[in-house]
Design a protein around this ligand. Structure first.
Ligand code: ADP
Length: 312
């Protein structure tokens, strides 16, 4: 007799900052409101493409209308927001995209965002983490926190890892968010030290750590204690390490690249969902490339992709 038990759900928690986005609309001077942010984008792709995986987002928002709108977007996207912190005297961060001769540039208002307080209540953080099997965060998550809050988060993640939860980290190096380069590289390696999985992008790692090639990037993260490393490298093959296994997975060539926003974020979604599904890593990487390949052919961070072309 078929069992009526629902199949167990893999539970992922993403921690970070989602921002309001103003992107140029068709008419000059008009803007469209959206919501995006690296860890949120990853959560969005997981919720959209792997409904058998439950994904929750941990951040902090305010009590104003736009904070509520952001929460509504979490709901509508299938992302659990039961653990989201509310900081009454703050609101969400904002960025505006400007277009000049086809080139995008970004202006940010995020210095006082509610998300900067996400780790201010260690109990709320521990509760959110306690409900998850895999916890995902990024270098941007670390960058928006003050040193004390950063320590709170890293300690909570270290504890979670010791309890057997899987910790996944995208270093997402953004020097503009840090007071200096050393603070950034130190914090990123501290992030790696509490993680099982690192998902770096070679171009950034080469710029800020001086890695000669993706193998050097993987070596550095392995030395920090990470067991699985996946090194993205634009159109170049993806390098991976997993225990003693290592290899390169080719990236399918694309007819065009429209906008690389969220290429890495969507890629990560496929890798994290694959952990829940016990998918062999090279297979997950190939799937991640097919997903990111669709994302770079659309505009913006949240591209409505075709699931049939991710798992052909
Ligand atoms: P990030 O967005 O983190 O900088 P990458 O630029 O390395 O990450 O891209 C992540 C993934 O997106 C790549 O591994 C690849 O699968 C896909 N991708 C990015 N740029 C291209 C491209 N020009 N052609 C084909 N795939 C690409």
């Amino acid at each position: 007799m078929p069992s009526s038990e629902p199949s167990p759900t893999f539970r992922i928690l993403a921690i970070g900052e989602c921002m309001a986005e103003l992107a140029p609309a068709e008419a000059p001077g008009e803007y469209r409101l959206g919501f995006a942010g690296d860890t949120f984008n990853t959560a969005w792709y997981i919720a959209r493409l792997w409904p058998e995986t439950s994904v929750s987002y941990f951040t902090a928002i305010g009590t104003d209308a736009i904070s509520q709108q952001m929460r509504d977007v979490f709901s509508a996207s299938g992302i659990d927001h039961g653990h989201v912190r509310v900081v009454p005297d703050r609101t969400v961060g904002l960025y505006l995209i400007s277009l000049a001769n086809g080139e995008r540039s970004f202006s940010y208002w995020r210095g006082q965002s509610a998300a900067r307080q996400l780790a201010a209540d260690p109990d709320a953080l521990a509760k959110a983490i306690g409900d998850a099997e895999l916890v995902y965060f990024s270098g941007i998550t670390l960058a928006i926190l003050d040193p004390a809050s950063r320590k709170t988060l890293l300690t909570a993640l270290g504890t979670a890892r010791a309890m057997g939860k899987v910790i996944a980290f995208d270093p997402n190096l953004r020097p503009r968010l840090w007071s200096d380069q050393t603070e950034m590289t130190d914090a990123v390696m501290q992030g790696a030290a509490v993680s099982d999985i690192a998902l770096p992008s070679f171009e950034d790692e080469a710029s800020w750590f001086g890695d000669a090639d993706p193998v050097a990037t993987a070596d550095r993260y392995r030395s920090a204690g990470v067991t699985t490393v996946v090194v993205k490298n634009g159109a170049e093959p993806v390098h991976y390490r997993q225990g003693a296994a290592r290899g390169f997975v080719p990236v399918p060539a694309l007819p065009s690249v429209v906008d690389t926003t969220a290429a890495g974020d969507s890629f990560n979604a496929a890798i994290l969902a694959g952990i829940g599904g016990n998918t062999p890593l090279p297979e997950s990487i190939a799937r991640a490339c097919r997903l990111a390949g669709q994302v770079v052919q659309g505009r913006g961070a949240l591209v409505p992709v075709d699931p049939a072309r991710i798992d052909p």
